[in-house]
Write a protein that binds this ligand. Structure first.
Ligand code: ADP
Ligand code: MG
Length: 316
């Protein structure tokens, strides 16, 4: 069987099932943006790891080493934010081919440091090796949160309103620009230098009316289904309500937005959004609601259900 038949999530599922015989106790493992390890009665550590591979996640000729350093950290801080947690430390592993210059490596570290400094997150370790060809960067981030406010993918309830931060599809549009050789557009800059919603995630984490949360890395069409599957619910999404500066299709299928996707208790949604607006100067966008039913998205255009063949990014 080809790996493409198993698929990325088929492989993750195989790994998860193979390890189901080894008890993990109160720790939460595979399936959310971060693993959760309770420290005491009050708090937990959340841990995530993400890898970026040359020619799969980036082109060395298109992204500067400084921005690659920032982005490799940003994707991990985004997963910590998605749990409603605060980042406390990171670990950085790099495999570099011999044709990489010292100046390139220094600029990469400068970039990684600049985003670390923005959020005051120390680097506590890592690993450094050579590589036969590709630059590979693997980052592990650790965060901390109160046990009773950690946001899981599995907490969406029928009736919840669905919200997103920011706009969707900018990064995917940037990737199209980069592939067309236009590496200096506004969208290309967003693709190369995403802003993880660290402060927003921390703030939303403290709000009990926020039920489920995750970050958008593979595109709404894929990512929302993870919340639905984990929570055993369906969703209705109004295409007109999607916040996008590009196209609805890019907003739905485009990856790497690193915005937050959250579901909020029905009766508290307006109050939460007002408070969010006061705190961050911009509001969340409501894009639909959680409903009873099998875990799938019902896309609606002007109230009518449509059936597009949309999916997010796939590795295999
Ligand atoms: P995210 O996009 O939020 O980083 P992923 O889609 O990469 O999440 O992964 C989904 C879940 O599967 C996460 O909980 C992650 O820890 C887990 N996972 C992914 N790859 C592996 C692996 N090789 N072994 C164990 N768990 C994995
Ligand atoms: Mg994630």
């Amino acid at each position: 069987m080809q790996l493409s038949q198993l698929g990325e999530f088929g492989l993750i599922d195989l790994i998860r099932k193979r390890f189901s015989d080894i008890p993990s106790g109160p720790m939460l493992g595979i399936g959310d943006d971060c693993a959760v390890i309770p420290c005491d009665g009050q708090r937990s550590l959340v841990i995530t790891t993400d890898t970026m591979v040359e020619d799969i996640h980036f082109l060395r000729t298109a992204i500067t080493p400084r921005l690659l350093g920032r982005k490799s950290l940003a994707t991990n801080l985004s997963d910590v934010a998605a749990m409603g947690a605060s980042p406390v430390a990171t670990f950085l592993s790099v495999a570099l081919p011999r044709d990489v210059s010292a100046a390139w490596a220094e600029a990469f570290v400068e970039g990684y440091h600049s985003l670390s400094a923005e959020f005051g997150v120390p680097l506590l370790g890592g690993d450094t090796t050579s590589s036969a060809g590709a630059v590979v960067v693997s980052v592990t981030a650790v965060g901390r949160a109160n046990n009773d406010t950690i946001k899981y993918r599995s907490s969406a309830r029928p009736g919840d309103r669905i919200f997103v931060t920011g706009t969707l599809g900018d990064s995917a549009r940037g990737l199209l620009d980069i592939k067309a050789g236009k590496t200096d557009t506004e969208f290309a800059a967003i693709h190369h230098d995403p802003s993880p919603r660290v402060r927003e995630g921390e703030w939303l984490g403290t709000r009990p009316e926020v039920h489920a949360m995750m970050d958008l890395s593979d595109g709404l069409a894929s990512d929302l289904v993870h919340i639905l599957a984990a929570s055993g619910v369906a969703a209705e999404v109004e295409l007109e309500s999607l916040p996008t500066r590009t196209s609805v299709e890019l907003a739905v299928t485009g990856g790497e937005d690193y915005e937050l996707l959250l579901t909020v208790e029905e009766g508290a949604a307006e109050r939460l959004n007002r408070a969010y607006g006061e705190r961050f100067g911009v509001r969340l966008r409501e894009i639909g609601r959680i409903a009873d039913g099998t875990p799938a998205i019902r896309w609606k255009r002007q109230g009518e259900e449509i059936a597009p063949d949309w999916h997010g990014f796939r590795h295999f």
